[in-house]
Write a protein that binds this ligand. Structure first.
Ligand code: PMP
Length: 411
């Protein structure tokens, strides 16, 4: 089996991540839960420390040196996100807590403004709960209807019925760029073109895709794009809503408070310009700046090189998994990111996760916040190994030996 060396110095990259040096249950940590959250390089950790030790003050408010310095760093992080997504304007980048908050923001602003009784929101059967529940809440509030694009047994979208699902009542199509439960990378270019042909805007949930694919929101022509910093080797508690300028301008604000206003009297409030209109209150300052550091770090390695390496790991893991009797891969689409979801005959995924943990191997076991996917495949849960830029072929082998050990223990 081929084990192509990555285009970057993997040993040196691994040494950038302090946590990878630790042991878990007397074994070296094998961290394969990157789809849930990634570990942080020293560049990100040091950035947070440096902000608090040397640069910290509140942003957008003060005339004093530190406040201006911190505001510059904060706004530079916005430019870095703009570059990452290739957005046309910096003010199309809104900082939020994460993908979840970004989708809720769109549901409660764009949604509350545009969606009425009998209108439709279209999602897919492979969405994370974050891209289901906010729309259900909106439907309850407005009397709209949630429609769902079904999936196939390989975990791909059934697009033959898409045109029929895109009706004159559809107000938004919201779809995962890459599924966290299955690994499927959806053909979003086709989906967007077909929605736009009927004048329907599209939100892409990029929580899983941004760390693994090169994203260009202008080339994709998506209307909204959301992601979380913590899956991109950056801090938790910071994420991004990208929206096309024309849409964001027309949307009402979500939360009211400081920073999102231009002028307040007791009679009325004039709202601030983009993106501040959507950024009420003191933001997560150091974490936002450190998200910029994470983007610099990834740029230094190269997103294409990372994707290539992760692809090799997934291929290697899949080839080995197929040789294990009783192992069923959930999600076998030809276009997949570095996620291997699986079940073992007669062994609950929680037992797989717990036993692997005894060997120092961190994987995810559960419904992955995608219960409808579990229902479709008629499993209560899956075990999920997900790979990141620092994982090695040896770690894949350790996982596969671990799985064989689990099967042996269960007899
Ligand atoms: N969408 C997808 C596809 C995800 O994988 C996740 C995180 N598991 C989310 C949305 C939600 O991200 P967060 O919890 O960071 O808001």
């Amino acid at each position: 089996m081929s084990r192509p060396a990555p285009r970057y110095d993997l040993a040196s990259i691994r040494s950038d991540f302090p946590i990878l040096g630790r042991t878990i249950n007397r074994h070296p940590l094998v961290y394969l839960d990157n789809a849930a959250s990634t570990q942080k390089p020293r560049a990100v950790i040091d950035c947070i420390r440096r902000v608090y030790e040397e640069e910290y003050a509140n942003v957008h408010r003060g005339v004093h040196t530190l406040s201006q310095r911190c505001t510059d760093l904060f706004e530079t992080a916005r430019e870095k996100v703009q570059g990452l997504l290739h957005a046309r304007h910096g003010h199309e980048i809104v900082f939020v807590r994460g993908a979840t908050e970004a989708i809720n923001l769109v549901a409660q602003t764009y949604g509350r403004q545009k969606v009425g009784a009998g209108d439709e929101i279209l999602i897919t059967a492979m969405e994370h709960h974050s891209n289901i529940v906010p729309w259900q809440m909106l439907c309850e509030q407005t009397g709209a209807v949630l429609k769902v694009i079904p999936i196939t047994p390989t975990g791909e979208l059934r697009l033959e019925g898409l045109d029929a699902l895109l009706t004159e009542r559809t107000r938004l199509l919201s779809v995962a760029h890459m599924s966290n439960a299955l690994g499927t990378i959806n053909p979003v270019e086709t989906i967007i073109a077909r929605a736009h042909a009927k004048g329907i805007p599209v939100l892409l949930d990029g929580a899983q895709s941004v760390p693994h694919l090169r994203v260009d929101v202008q080339a994709l022509d998506c209307d909204f794009y959301v992601f979380s910093g913590h899956k991109l080797y950056g801090p938790s508690g910071i994420g991004v809503l990208y929206g096309k300028e024309s849409l964001l301008k027309a949307m009402p604000p979500w939360q009211g408070g400081g920073d999102m206003i231009r002028r307040v009297t007791f009679d009325r409030t004039e709202y601030n310009d983009l993106p501040y209109k959507f950024e009420a209150g003191t933001p997560s300052i150091a974490d936002t700046i450190a998200l910029g550091a994470a983007i610099d770090y990834l740029d230094g390695i190269g997103l294409d090189a990372i994707a290539e390496h992760e692809h090799g790991l997934l291929r290697h893991a899949t080839e080995q998994a197929l040789e294990i009797p009783g192992l069923r891969i959930i999600g076998t689409a030809p276009q997949k990111g570095a996620i291997l979801s699986f079940t073992l005959d007669h062994i609950h995924p929680h037992d797989i996760g717990t036993l692997l943990d005894q060997l120092g191997i961190a994987i995810r076991a559960g419904h992955h916040c995608a219960m409808p996917v579990m229902d479709f495949f008629e499993v209560p849960a899956t075990a999920r190994a997900s790979f990141g830029l620092y994982n090695t072929y040896e770690e894949v082998d350790i996982l596969m030996n671990g799985i064989r050990e689990v099967i042996r223990l269960f007899g």
